[in-house]
Design a protein. Structure first.
Ligand code: NAD
Ligand code: MG
Length: 383
């Protein structure tokens, strides 16, 4: 049966890759809707090329601009305030790919789960903020959450090899980012441009900065705790600069199961969309003899204090994850706007979390309040 898909954040790095996959497998998935925030030129091109049934722009100014020039016989423009709700919960929709960046994606994740759909989740921030509540919501509304993040997709695939009780450890891999080998004394002089230059992955600016501070790996620890309902002390971060193994699961018999491929997000995206089937991919295959050597290291917590902070936050649980995420979003956008230096990011995030009084089992309202609190505190610290 053909499934209908909404892609939220279709103009971003994940959204563009997803459209490429769907265009090549039209016999299985039909495009229902697209959403974007500001890149209306690209959105118009996507409408012309892929003919979704619906399209929306979530930002009022960009929506007005888009509406003025929008023309299509086959696609209908949805209002900017209600478009996302329609794309996530209309009865015709089967799968929602949430590829929005940051906490702005939370509402879409909630709406998708409440509508009992499959949520193909790239927006890791919503998993981090929503916290322990996410699984109870998914159960209650019979929704499926399938990760798009490459590491979590790898873990998902490796978990097929054994029972949950047989899992000893999750080995969460990361490239280590562009500053893995830079001596700690030189961190003070890192520029925005250097931080935006990731060695193995080509991604949107926010996650690229998160990879440079290793906050990304920190968010992924929390994402894994929530998604696989596994304690934080069973997750070990392993630095693997080649980005060929995308994560591993170690079982009680000491077997380790890994998932490998070249770094190409189209693989985990298609796994989440077509699961439990696999679809043909023209993505470059790994030539193991050319790859030669795969290397592994322990992370350096001194150079990357945000990784340590995230481990602590993952262990404590509760609403402080929302504060950490919010403070990080403010700090990263301050760097991108040239208001602060790269080296200031960890201090802003750590100070925000330290000043916050954690709520152990927060309600959704308390989580949203924690997000607001984190933003305010970080803005104060940005100055
Ligand atoms: P991006 O910056 O390239 O794209 C973000 C998309 O979100 C754009 O389409 C934009 O229009 C939309 N958007 C931005 N602000 C919005 C708002 N306020 N409301 C609604 N829509 C908004 O980002 P990306 O790299 O594609 O990442 C998207 C998500 O996927 C992030 O959560 C990221 O952590 C996650 N992710 C990305 C990759 C990757 O390879 N890019 C890998 C793993 C996970
Ligand atoms: Mg990842």
């Amino acid at each position: 049966m053909i499934k209908r898909l909404s892609i939220l954040g279709s103009t971003g790095s994940i959204g563009v890759s997803a459209l490429d996959i769907v265009a090549k497998n039209q016999d299985r998935i039909e495009l229902f809707g697209l959403s974007a925030f500001s890149n209306v030129e690209l959105l118009q091109k996507q409408v012309e090329q892929y003919h979704p049934k619906f399209v929306t722009v979530c930002n009022k100014t960009a929506y007005d601009k888009f509406k003025n020039s929008f023309h299509s016989d086959r696609t209908k423009l949805l209002e900017y305030e209600t478009g996302i709700k329609y794309l996530t919960s209309d009865p015709e929709v089967d799968i929602v790919l949430n590829a929005i960046v940051g906490a702005a994606g939370l509402e879409a994740s909630i709406e998708t789960v409440k509508a009992g759909k499959r949520l193909a989740l790239a927006n890791k921030e919503s998993m981090v903020i929503w916290g322990e509540l996410i699984n109870s919501f998914a159960k209650k509304y019979e929704a499926e959450i399938i990760p798009v993040d490459s590491e979590h997709s790898a873990i998902w695939q490796a978990l097929v090899a054994g029972g949950k009780k047989e899992v000893r450890k999750i080995l969460l891999t990361g490239s280590g980012g562009p500053f893995r080998e830079l001596p700690i004394e030189k961190f003070k002089s890192i520029t925005k441009e250097q931080a935006l230059n990731h060695p193995t992955w080509n991604m949107g600016p926010k996650i690229t900065i998160d990879s440079a501070t290793m906050m990304n790996k920190g968010l992924e620890i929390i994402e894994a705790v929530r998604l696989f309902d596994i304690p934080a002390d069973k997750i070990e971060v392993v630095i693997h600069p080649e980005s060929i193994i995308h994560s591993m699961v170690e079982y009680i018999d000491s077997s380790i199961i890994a998932q490998m491929s070249n770094p190409d997000m189209r693989l985990p995206i298609s796994y989440a969309l077509y699961y439990p089937e696999r679809v043909f991919s023209d993505s470059a295959k790994i030539n193991l003899s050319e790859a030669g050597k795969l290397t592994f290291f322990s992370p350096d917590f001194k150079k990357f204090p945000l990784l340590k902070l995230a481990l602590r936050v993952a262990e404590s649980g509760g609403s402080c994850a929302a504060v950490m995420n919010a403070a990080n979003e403010i700090a990263v956008s301050a760097l991108l706007n040239d208001t602060i230096e790269f080296a200031q990011i960890p201090d802003i995030v750590i100070n925000s979390v330290e000043k916050y009084k954690n709520i152990e089992s927060p309600s959704l309202e308390e989580i949203l309040e924690a997000d607001r609190w984190g933003r305010e505190k970080a803005k104060e610290l940005v100055g």
